[in-house]
Ligand binder design. Structure first.
Ligand code: COA
Length: 239
């Protein structure tokens, strides 16, 4: 995997009394030398997560990724890590391995699982989930062709960003012990087109309507705001 180097970003930081300041930060790949700071953010996020929105892995899962089972990008303000994005190279999760991704066994070895992105509250609104995704995509480019991720239909901030990064939702089902999740995929090298003409749509909260569209072969490709709430737009995959 290629060297990542250091990238300088000047980010908006939210201050207590509703104003922003600008802080120089560094984006780089984290290693085991960053273990303490990285675990601190991972644990803080795990402690505040609600499973309906997000189920973080254990400390061991995270350390496995940091040790080389995947890659972690981090944004640092000084020593403190304010954003992390993790990817898992090879999953042993039976739920994922059983999923019909439409991939042949040798293609499965070229699939990486986008695990999570977390941004410290003070730094939200810098598009870091979007930005760090594209840096990660570049890092993964030579070794992987397919990316896979899951997002809760109730995690609208994350869902919007993931779809803006080019993922499409091909299933909506219970995962992680009974919590609804979209399964999303992005093909890097030979991406199918999505036919938007005569698209269908359904409210995010209407799971049966969305599941029936997906069973009929449609995929969710964008969120749209309606008076009645947020809707998913569905199109047809053209291979
Ligand atoms: C999802 C997440 C990474 C997005 O962070 P981000 O990249 O900074 O978000 P964006 O830059 O797209 O934010 C767009 C707007 O939504 C707001 N926003 C983002 N996440 C928010 C949240 N969880 N709660 C309230 N508002 C939020 C931002 O403040 C910003 O508002 P503004 O336009 O008024 O400045 C972040 O909410 C987070 O860390 N959530 C907890 C962990 C999680 O759910 N991760 C996703 C699972 S993979």
């Amino acid at each position: 995997m290629k060297d990542f180097g250091e990238h300088h970003l000047c980010l908006k930081k939210r201050k207590k009394s509703e104003f922003f300041t600008k802080i120089p930060c560094v984006l780089r790949r984290l290693t085991m030398e960053d273990k303490d700071e990285a675990l601190a953010l991972h644990r803080a996020m795990a402690a505040s997560a609600t499973p309906d929105i997000f189920v973080p892995g254990t400390d061991e899962d995270f350390l496995h990724i940091l040790e080389g089972g995947g890659a972690v990008l981090g944004v640092q303000e000084g020593r403190r890590i304010v954003c992390m994005r993790t990817v898992l190279f090879q999953t042993h999760d039976d739920e994922i391995l059983r999923e019909d991704m439409g991939l042949l066994p040798d293609q499965m070895t070229r699939m990486a699982f986008m695990d999570y992105c977390v941004v410290h509250r003070d730094y939200r609104g810098n598009n870091l989930q979007f930005l760090t995704y594209y840096y990660m995509e570049d890092l993964l480019w030579e070794d992987f062709d397919y990316l896979y991720t899951t997002v809760s239909p109730r995690n609208v901030f994350s869902l919007r960003n993931v779809m803006d990064c080019g993922f499409y939702a091909f299933q909506l089902k219970e995962r992680y012990g009974g919590h609804m999740r979209y399964l999303l995929r992005k093909d890097l090298k030979h991406s199918p087109s999505i036919r938007m003409k005569r698209h269908a749509s359904a409210p995010l909260r209407d799971y049966p309507a969305q599941q029936s569209l997906m069973e009929g072969g449609k995929v969710g490709y964008r969120l749209a705001r309606h008076i009645s709430g947020i809707w998913m737009l569905f199109g047809t995959l053209v291979k």
